[in-house]
Design a protein around this ligand. Structure first.
Ligand code: PMP
Length: 297
């Protein structure tokens, strides 16, 4: 049987796919995994997302460190080194003609007969895709975004960047047309479905959930907090409640693709003046300057 490309698919898009035996650059619609891949059967895998701007990977080392941490946490060992992943990514950017891209890396425990127990000899599946970087709109950057709150139904190891994202997917869709759902666990806001969450309190300090098993340690979070400290913006890594958020002066969110975006409404209530706040704007500028320095290097 001839493999027909998916309808509307773009044959010029190139993806990297390694089924544990051979790795190849392949036309995106022809890249197919095995039905017994444990990623497909059990969500038994982890992933990473990196942004490229002007052919430069933003915070590449931090992303790679988190990838290795996630792999270790679930006991997947891969022979793919940081160097080889870097080479593949740069080749993908080149072949796809994308200087600004969202890079998606996924590693699963590999192909094995379906069984909960770890297979003895499976070899991890590695896939890397690149897609045009979806930047926030000028309107979102200028006027901020709206979020709603939803109960946090996820597991207790949210620090692992697991491909098991069903609760995140459900909450994100439930939140529509809001940009994001902020998740509430035990009375506190942990984070968003695909972003970290922050408020600016009366003292002018930025408050965000501490980095532990209850949130994903975002790379943008890490960099933004380090830049904030350097620029004398006070940070409180402490959980905050919905009530605190509703009374906050400002709010914002961060992620690799969104960078820093002001949050101007939570559950229909305006935050502060209902416009992006001063500290948020300042941090957005500091963060953008940081990215500019990397991309103009
Ligand atoms: N929290 C969750 C649950 C996420 O999925 C993401 C994005 N992957 C983030 C936070 C933000 O992380 P990063 O800054 O590394 O993109």
């Amino acid at each position: 049987m001839r493999l027909e490309p998916l309808q509307g698919s773009n044959h010029s898009r190139i993806t990297y796919f390694n089924d544990g035996r051979t790795g190849k650059f392949i036309s995106h619609p022809l890249a197919k995994t095995h039905v017994d891949d444990r990623g497909l059967q059990f969500s038994d895998g982890i992933y990473e997302v990196i942004a490229a701007e002007n052919w430069q990977l933003i915070d590449e080392d931090l992303h790679y460190k988190r990838l290795v941490r996630s792999l270790k946490a679930v006991g997947i060992s891969t022979s793919a080194s940081k160097k080889s992943i870097h080479v593949i990514i740069m080749e993908l950017l080149r072949r796809n003609g994308l200087k600004d891209a969202m890079i998606y890396i996924q590693i699963t425990r590999g192909i094995a007969k379906r069984d909960h127990y770890f297979p003895k000899n499976s070899r991890p599946t590695l896939l890397i895709t690149v897609a045009p970087l979806k930047k926030p709109s000028a309107e979102e950057i200028e006027n901020g975004v709206v979020v709603i709150t939803i109960p946090d139904l996820r597991w207790q190891r949210r620090d692992i960047k697991s491909i098991s994202l069903l609760p995140n997917v459900l909450a994100k869709n439930q939140a529509l047309p809001a940009k994001e759902a902020w998740l509430i666990d035990n009375g506190v806001i942990t984070e968003g479905c695909s972003t970290n969450a922050y408020i600016v309190i009366a003292s002018g300090a930025v408050k965000t959930h501490p980095k532990n098993n209850l949130i994903l340690g975002g790379i943008t979070r890490e960099t933004a907090l380090a830049l904030a400290k350097k620029n004398k913006i006070k940070i409180e890594e402490k959980p905050f409640t919905l009530q605190e958020a509703l009374n906050a002066k400002e709010a914002f969110l961060t992620s690799t693709t969104a960078k820093i975006l002001p949050v101007v409404k939570i559950d229909g209530k305006k935050i502060g003046s209902g416009k992006p706040g001063k500290i948020t704007r300042k941090l957005m500028k500091i963060y953008n300057d940081y990215v500019d320095k990397i991309t103009k290097a």
